[in-house]
Ligand binder design. Sequence first.
Ligand SMILES: Nc1ncnc2c1ncn2[C@@H]1O[C@H](COP(=O)(O)OP(=O)(O)OP(=O)(O)O)[C@@H](O)[C@H]1O
Ligand SMILES: [Mg+2]
Length: 232
Amino acid sequence: MLKLENLTASIGDVQILKGIDLEIKPGELHAIMGPNGSGKSTLCHVVMGNETYQEHGKILVENSDLSGQKQLERSNAGVFQSFQYPVGLPGVTLREFSQNINKELNNEEIEKLAEKFSVKEFLDREVNVDLSGGEKKRCELFQISLTSPKVALLDEIDSGLDIDAIKSVAELINANRDENTSYLIVTHYSRILKYLDVNMVHIVVDGEIVKSGSKELIDEVDSDGYTQYQGK
Ligand SMILES: Nc1ncnc2c1ncn2[C@@H]1O[C@H](COP(=O)(O)OP(=O)(O)OP(=O)(O)O)[C@@H](O)[C@H]1O
Ligand SMILES: [Mg+2]
């Protein structure tokens, strides 16, 4: 579903991603872990088509190469990004936003989905304005259920959440999961991954995937940190 081939990204002379190869099959969930500043968010931004970065390499979604395309085209091709720091949209209510991102849903259907994601009470408030951290993350997951993307990039969906909220966010991810969507989840913590069915874990250090493996890698990171991978 998502295949990255030798994906690089730079800003001016500074190279941030140094050749990422990754394949996430339909319905799979892969976790990206790595130290601060290693390029995890950049990876999400570049796949989504953020023009701040000069990208090279291939970004294949269902075998069509999105590299060089604009964000809107990538979004239409089924790429969804949830931000580490979701931005507010003053003047736009969550209901209006929802109606716009999926015009096929009627109000009743939107409310039903909103209830499932415990965001119904926010439908008539502005998107992400003055919501708590956990409330914003629930709204991000609600958007996935509205759009059914082919590829969902979730950047630190667990950051700033209390223990119970992490569990409920994981449950909402599980509730969304099906064979049509591949997930890339960036996280620093093993806690959320314990509640998810993770197919593969990739460790990113200094713009490169230095190790990939199964769920056992999470415990390796947990007990020994990232220095073990540095300089590899
Ligand atoms: N727009 C930008 N301009 C300049 N440098 C940038 C830009 N975006 C990212 N970088 C740099 O690229 C590196 C990787 O940043 P990125 O945000 O991808 O890290 P990260 O792995 O997501 O870190 P964290 O775990 O702290 O969120 C950092 O050194 C960052 O300062
Ligand atoms: Mg980040």
